[in-house]
Write a new protein. Sequence first.
Length: 166
Amino acid sequence: MSTQLFSISLINIHGETKTMGDFATKAILVVNTASECGFTSQYEELEQLWQRYKSQGLMVLGFPCNQFGQQEKGSNQDIEAFCQLNYGVSFPMFAKIEVNGSGAHPLFKYLKSQAPGLLGHQAIKWNFTKFLISGEGGKVERFAPMTKPLALEDKIVRILAASSTD
C-alpha cells in the first residue's frame, strides 16, 4: 500500500475532510473534471463504469478544476447539481481544486510524479485527464482527455480480476 498516496487529505464536494485512504480499493480512477468542457459528456461513461464495477472494487473520483479555459466557474453546489441533473453522477465528487502550478493539489502532484505525461512532462494539459491507480496504490497510469472512460474498461477489469486473486 502506498502510504504517501493514501495519507493525502481531500475535501469532498460537501466540504467534508477525507483522505485517499477512505477510498482505497482494488482500482481507483481519478479524473479532473469541468462542466463546460467539450469532454464533459465523459461524465456519462464515468458513471457507467462506476455502476458496473463499484461492487467489484472500482472507485471513481471526480475533481472539478477551473484552470483550463475557465470551464468550471460554478460553486461546489452548482457543480454537484449539474453533474447529478445532467449525467446522474453518483460517484464521489470533490471540492474544486487546481491540478497544475504552485497551488496544485497534493493528490495531483503525486499522480503526475508517478505517471508523467508525454516526454516526461508532468503538467496536466486539459480537463478530463485520467489516472488509473491499481492494487493498493501500486501502479499509476495516465490517460489523455480524449481517451474515453469506457476505453479503460478492459484495464479496469484486469486490475479487478488480478486483485481478487491476490
